[in-house]
Ligand binder design. Structure first.
Ligand SMILES: [Zn+2]
Ligand SMILES: [Zn+2]
Length: 184
C-alpha cells in the first residue's frame, strides 16, 4: 500500500492551530497515512515578511502580513530534505502573494503543500483549514480535481466548501485512491 509508506509532516509557522490534530486524524482515516509528525512551531524569518514602503502601501496592507510564495518555498527548502516519501504541509497565518484570489491552499510539488489561514472566517477557521489541508494532501497523493459536489477534491477549493466540517471523497476518487495505493 503506497500511501501507507508516505510520511506526513505538518509544519506550522507563527501561530498555533488546534485543528492540526484533526488533520492527522482525517489523514489517517481517509488516506491511511500512518506516519504523521507534527513539527514544533517555527517562526518565519522577519526578512521574508513584506514591509510597506510608503503610506499608501501601509494603508493597502492594513494589518496583513504578507510573504511571497517564492520566498516561502525557498525557506521551506532550507528546513526539509524533500524525501520523495515525505509530504510537507506548511500552515501559516500570513497572506501569501502568489496564491491568487480566494485561494487558501496550494500544492507546489508532489511533496509540498501550503495552507494559509489568512482571511478565513474565524467561526469556520478549523473546518476550512482541515478541509483545505486534506484537499492539498489529496493532490500530494496524486488525486486530481473533481466536479462532484461534496467531494474533498472539488475545485475550486474554497474555504466555504468545508464550513460544514464534512470531509469525504466521492466514489470516483475513493476508487482512484485505492488504485494509487495498490499500484506499486
Ligand atoms: Zn486543488
Ligand atoms: Zn471526487
Amino acid at each position: 500500500m503506497e500511501n501507507m509508506r508516505r510520511h506526513l509532516i505538518i509544519q506550522h509557522f507563527d501561530c498555533d492551530y488546534d485543528f492540526v490534530e484533526d488533520i492527522c486524524r482525517n489523514s489517517r482515516s481517509l488516506y491511511k497515512i500512518e506516519r504523521i509528525e507534527i513539527s514544533p512551531r517555527k517562526t518565519l524569518p522577519e526578512h521574508l515578511l513584506l514591509s510597506p514602503k510608503s503610506l499608501l502601501a501601509k494603508f493597502l496592507m492594513r494589518k496583513r502580513k504578507m510573504v511571497y510564495l517564492d520566498d516561502l518555498q525557498g525557506e521551506l527548502k532550507k528546513h526539509f530534505t524533500y524525501d520523495s516519501k515525505e509530504i510537507i504541509l506548511a500552515i501559516l497565518p500570513h497572506y501569501v502573494l502568489g496564491f491568487g484570489d480566494d485561494l487558501a491552499g496550494l500544492t507546489l510539488e508532489p511533496n509540498l503543500s501550503i495552507v494559509s489561514a489568512y482571511g478565513i472566517d474565524e467561526r469556520y477557521l478549523s473546518q476550512a483549514c482541515v478541509g483545505i489541508s486534506l484537499h492539498e494532501i489529496g493532490h500530494n497523493l496524486g488525486l486530481k480535481h473533481c466536479r462532484n459536489e461534496g467531494c474533498l477534491m472539488k475545485a475550486p477549493c474554497k474555504p466555504k466548501n468545508f464550513y460544514n466540517g464534512v470531509y469525504r471523497l466521492c466514489k470516483e476518487h475513493e476508487n482512484k485512491l485505492m488504485h494509487i495505493k495498490t499500484r506499486k
